[in-house]
Design a protein around this ligand. Sequence first.
Ligand code: SF4
Length: 358
Amino acid sequence: MTVTTTQQPAAPPATGTTTAPTTPGGPARRPPPPPPPPPPLGVAYGRRPGRAAVQVLTGVDLEARAGEVLGIIGESGSGKTTLARAVVGLAPAVAGRITLDGRDVTALRGRALRELRRSGVVQYMFQDPLRSLDPDLTVSQLIGEPLAVAGVARPAREPRVLAALEQVGLDATLADRTPGRLSGGQRQRVSLARAVVTRPRLLLADEPVSALDASNRNHVLRLLDRLRHELDLAVVVISHDLGSLAGIADRIAVLYGGRLVEQGPAEQVLERPLHPYTALLAGSAPGLPRERRSAAALLRGSGPVDDPLLHTGAACVFAHRCPFADDDCRSRPEPRQQGDGRTVACHRAPAWRERLAH
Ligand code: SF4
């Protein structure tokens, strides 16, 4: 997984002119080639002598970019939370690398890893603020805590705490309250203030709105949307609900069974899914057109597939549920580029979509 927290370079001019710097009197100097992308990420738990590890994430290749929201969607067990935990060093990466602005953070150990964590450059926003916030600390102490860990001197903390409160739309009069005296929406905004107070480059938000009512959900999503622009922040939002990503994600990555099955620009992934599992998710999201709901009904109603060869580890990870599975699907498809920044891991993409029309 690559995290690029600097702005993407502007596209080259379409006039055919070169942007390479030139040497006076000499030929154009070629820029150095970009570094090769890191290999796809794998995560396994329980690697001990004499005991088989449980592989929970395999071959995941994603990029989070500054100022963008990357939505990661999948059901329970898909590996989406593991992916986020691996980025902050809470889950063991056994293959591939996670790079942060070109720096391999998977290789960091000891002091270097502690320094990265303390710096607050990468922040993790937990799903349940009631459990993640210390009930005995005040709002002001909770938001100041990451600054203290990062080594910010006490006098400099207070104005930054107040600024963070303002950034998330909370009144300064709440600074002395404990989490138990806040509403659910206010607690989640305190979590967000805690996450952004260190001016991170990457924010991982794990199901940030799943515990909130509709009004607070929209409020927190709008905040995330605003803050990524204001702070030029790379935001990764993890969710099981495609609907909550639809309004803010620039790109969407779909995980199933620990594998990346599809990714691409949000609008295209939602409007024209290339993987049957994505189509099922898109069709199940509330408030969608009728034709998409009928596609979901077809995919949902297909039931388990009988062929035992489609249930092996060598088969496509979705084969046991897929109504379009055939002999080819006994071997696992690798993610393939589809143009326009999209990739999909399906032998039948996009041809399977024609069957939806019948
Ligand atoms: S590869 Fe085959 S089983 Fe897997 S999603 Fe595509 S059609 Fe379905």
